[in-house]
Design a binder for this molecule. Structure first.
Ligand code: HEM
Ligand code: HEM
Length: 173
């Protein structure tokens, strides 16, 4: 089974891990003394997703793609659609999150190193709206990623077309 290149593999799994970590950290962002710390962690993990996703999309233009696995046309279309939606969400969710934070008058300390103060005027209404949109989009991203993972497992173990092995290093998956 031909594989995706090592850069694509590394970015795919690193981004998946960071999305899971950002999602887990979001539940720790609660009012109280630990809020700033948890918010910085959540936002930093999320911005790492943003940066690496841009890199992934850029790299996609240069990488040599293995020929697609044979499947019915409708299934291939749905897979393509899901991949495009994932790429859009991987970029949009962190951007909306950062705008939500800034609009509510807060800044971010990126991994505790780089200060990212809000460049905009605080607006309670806009902040609340963007926060709602961010949470909705983040939940959609995670739901889509779970569906995507289930589809990959279905391909590998039910259809037995070795699809998962395209995204795994080394031996057989
Ligand atoms: C892939 C990246 C991200 C994911 C999956 C994600 C996910 C989430 C989720 C699920 C929530 C709702 C938490 C809850 O109310 O229980 C949330 C809240 C929030 N996120 Fe993100 N987020 C990401 C990136 C970011 C980034 C980059 C920022 C800002 C720099 C950010 C800022 C916020 C803010 C301000 C809230 C509201 C926190 C609160 O006051 O309760 N997020 N995020
Ligand atoms: C947050 C988690 C994840 C995200 C955001 C994500 C995103 C993506 C995207 C955008 C692609 C399309 C690559 C392209 O053709 O341009 C892809 C491919 C792939 N993903 Fe994921 N993925 C995630 C988790 C997983 C998991 C958990 C699995 C396995 C159980 C998986 C298995 C695969 C496989 C096998 C491919 C290659 C499909 C092919 O070559 O046709 N992904 N992923």
């Amino acid at each position: 089974m031909p594989r995706h290149d090592p850069v694509t593999l590394a970015l795919h799994w690193l981004i998946a891990l960071l999305i899971a970590a950002a999602y887990a950290a979001s539940s720790q962002v609660e009012d109280g003394p630990g809020r700033a710390w948890a918010m910085n962690l959540h936002g930093s993990l999320g911005l790492a997703v943003f940066g690496l996703s841009l890199l992934r999309i850029l790299w996609r233009g240069f990488a040599r793609h293995p020929a697609p696995v044979a499947m019915p046309a409708l299934m291939a279309r749905l897979a393509n659609l899901a991949h495009v939606a994932l790429y859009v969400a991987m970029v949009a969710v962190p951007v909306i999150g950062l705008l939500a934070l800034w609009a509510s008058g807060q800044g971010l300390s990126l991994f505790g190193v780089v200060a990212m103060p809000s460049p905009m005027e605080a607006s309670r209404g806009l902040g609340a709206f963007l926060e709602g949109a961010h949470e909705l989009a983040a939940n959609a991203l995670v739901a889509l990623a779970l569906l995507h993972a289930a589809a990959a497992i279905f391909h590998q173990y039910i259809l037995r077309d070795h699809l998962l092995e395209r995204m795994t290093p080394g031996g057989r998956a």
